[in-house]
Ligand binder design. Sequence first.
Ligand code: GRF
Length: 194
Amino acid sequence: MSNKALGILISGRGSNMEAIIKASQANQINATVAVVISDKRDAKGIKIAKELGITTFVLDIKDFSTKQEYEDDICRILKGCSVDLVCLAGYMKIVGQTILESFKNRVINIHPSLLPAFRGLNAQKQALDYGVKFAGCSVHYVNDVLDGGPLILQDIVEVSGDDTEETLSQKILAKEHLIYPQAIQIVLESLSVK
Ligand code: GRF
């Protein structure tokens, strides 16, 4: 399988992004991270990406008149970097039709719950409040239903009686870092047989 180009969209910490970049640099996946784009200037992930030698861009939606113009610019960068697959990694905006149509079935996301349970924000808190005994994370295709696209890969963690939102989030995050690169490899293999 030939090497594919990834574009990663982030808004903050960037730990999943870092896991993907490191998996790529260690040749654990057949992909190179061509570009990281953040919608937040102060995203910690931008600094990490730069340190790992990745091209980065910051696009603030406030600098555009419409969301479409903002997304047009994102697509222009992604296409300019010949990106094959777009990976959302803690990107806090809803992806609109402009990106979804330009990268049909080529936008994926990671969510810190066992979807379809606990969509949206604070999934780990939702899981704790519900009293689930197992929680986890899911990598899925992005469509126009929030956290509702087809699943690619999931993993579980056991919830213990003394877990807090903080400890549960940490347990889930450790699994996220493992399954996101694996899910990317699965998707890239499916693209190369098409
Ligand atoms: C992760 O928990 C991910 O599942 C969710 O946002 C968080 C991003 O964390 N979509 P990071 O920026 O990758 O560290």
